[in-house]
Design a protein around this ligand. Structure first.
Ligand code: LFR
Length: 483
């Protein structure tokens, strides 16, 4: 009998469900379902369509079983920080809000003014992002205090769905580290942050990633079967990093998708002011280690350009856009891809053109130049992060290893290789789903340790490599363009 594990990977633009199984000592994936994640905007606020997503998760289990797959377990991962609130009678009281709304507020600034940046970072060393759970809770306190007053439980997105499926309430370590309420040294919620910001007693219990939490309740999926629900590394970046098979000692890891999440693995978070000064996050990994990480804006820029051009969001469009960039003149300008003005603009092409004037005083004339400048900007930023991490963590990176859908963009992978002067290894493309699946195999005892996880991934997937072609030219261009 062949058994399957289901990985539900929810991303900002869509959900994907894969069934994984072990076959001839390899992990083999088959796609079960895909569905869009349509954000709903009401009165200027963007909401996730949470019940639509839940229905699609149930539907995906039904599809897998109708296909005759013997499903042993299911694990859900998603973006970080966002949450649903339950009242004492287990009623969902808010429709979870999209984290990008927070770019329109200055709640984080207010919190920093109240207690100081360093104080917050010493208690919870994650990057200062206006959308961190802490600031979202403070936004509720300000704009919807009545919601919090009747809340009993806060559950991040995967945990909310796990609760719907099993009635068990828990969050995993990897997700907890995205909240900025988690104390990395004590490895628990930070009591002082909770006290200082008067956060109600709504935070869930924290379990290690790769833990079984309960079985899908009877009667909610079509077939009456026992399916174990596992908390994988439920933060998608945590799962993506779990799928990187290169040696963590001297590899710069990248999860390349909407974000270009770039980081290095450490066992414990070093005490260093420079982490905060460079806005680096310490986020939890599947094995309890941490990644020191920069959230670099990634394919979000290209998604925005596609929207500005009113083109359909499909592979053909991406190929067309990449071809335009390839044919454009290199190094026309430099933009800081992480500038707040690029995080939620009405028109991405216009915003990038304005950013170019702001950052380099150079005008971008046509769309091809805009696309190329965006891709070069991402690669430049990866290199800046690499250099910072090398200095702060005293690592000498030997290679870059990237996973995720963004690695399909060969031009960007080559740019990263040139900008960093390092070999870039890519694969698996479905990194997050693979990390989710190995978390489940670990929770079920099939894989015993992290060595076994890495070996399984190495023998199961194809990898591609890129060698730097012109690193000197890139260094020179960066020196000239960055003011
Ligand atoms: C990527 C991601 C990032 C997190 C951002 C918001 O999907 O999870 O790691 O910073 O989304 O949650």
């Amino acid at each position: 009998m062949k058994y399957f594990n289901l990985a539900v990977d929810l991303g900002a633009s869509g959900g994907k469900v894969f069934a994984g199984t072990l076959q001839n000592d390899k992990l083999v994936l088959q796609e079960v379902n895909r569905f869009p994640n349509n954000v709903v905007e009401i009165n200027g606020v963007s909401f996730w369509d949470i019940l639509y997503l839940y229905n699609n998760i149930l539907n995906s289990v039904n599809i897998a079983q109708e296909r005759g797959l013997e499903v042993l377990s299911l694990g859900i991962d998603s973006w970080g920080v966002d949450f649903g609130l339950l009242n004492k009678n287990r009623f969902l009281i808010n429709n979870p809000i999209h984290y990008r709304n927070m770019f329109k507020t200055n709640i984080m600034q207010e919190a920093i003014e109240k207690v100081g940046k360093q104080w917050i970072y010493e208690h919870s060393p994650t990057q200062f992002q206006p959308f961190n759970t802490l600031y979202q809770i403070l936004a509720y306190k300000k704009y919807a205090p009545d919601f919090l007053e009747i809340s009993k439980d806060l559950l991040t997105i995967p945990s909310l769905f796990n609760y719907f499926l099993t009635e068990e309430k828990a969050i995993d370590f990897t997700m907890a580290t995205t909240t900025q309420i988690y104390n990395h040294r004590k490895r628990s919620w930070d009591e002082e942050i909770i006290k200082r910001f008067e956060i109600p007693d709504i935070l869930p219990k924290i379990l290690p990633a790769g833990t079984k939490i309960g079985k899908i309740k009877k009667g909610i999926i079509n077939k009456n079967s026992e399916i174990e629900v596992v908390l994988p590394a439920s933060h998608d970046t945590g799962s993506a990093f779990a799928a990187i098979s290169s040696d963590p000692k001297d590899t710069l890891f990248i999860s390349l998708g909407t974000w270009c999440l770039t980081g290095a693995i450490v066992d414990e978070v070093p005490i260093s002011k420079e982490l905060m000064e460079n806005n680096l996050a310490a986020e939890g990994c599947l094995d309890g280690s941490y990644r020191i990480l920069a959230n670099i804006t990634g394919m979000w820029l290209i998604q925005g350009i596609i929207q500005s051009l009113n083109l359909p969001d499909n592979n053909e469009t991406y190929d067309k856009i990449t071809k335009m960039a390839k044919e454009a003149k290199p190094f026309t300008s430099y933009i800081n891809v992480d500038d707040a003005s690029l995080q939620n603009p009405d028109d991405m092409i216009k915003a990038i053109k304005e950013q170019s004037i702001k950052d380099s005083k150079l005008e971008l004339k046509d769309t091809s130049e805009v696309i190329r400048t965006a891709l070069e900007g991402i690669a430049f930023r990866v290199n800046e992060t690499k250099e910072k991490l090398e200095k702060i963590l005293k690592i000498n990176f030997k290679r870059v290893h990237a996973v995720g859908g963004g690695t399909r963009n060969k031009l960007l992978c080559q740019f990263i290789s040139d900008a960093t002067g390092l070999e870039v290894i890519t694969g698996p493309v479905e990194g997050t789903a693979v990390g989710n699946l190995v978390s489940q195999l670990y929770a079920l005892g099939t894989l015993k340790n992290f060595e076994e996880i890495r070996d399984l991934i190495k023998r199961s997937f194809q990898f591609q490599t890129y060698e730097p072609e012109n690193p000197k030219l890139w260094k020179e261009a960066f020196r000239k363009l960055k003011m």
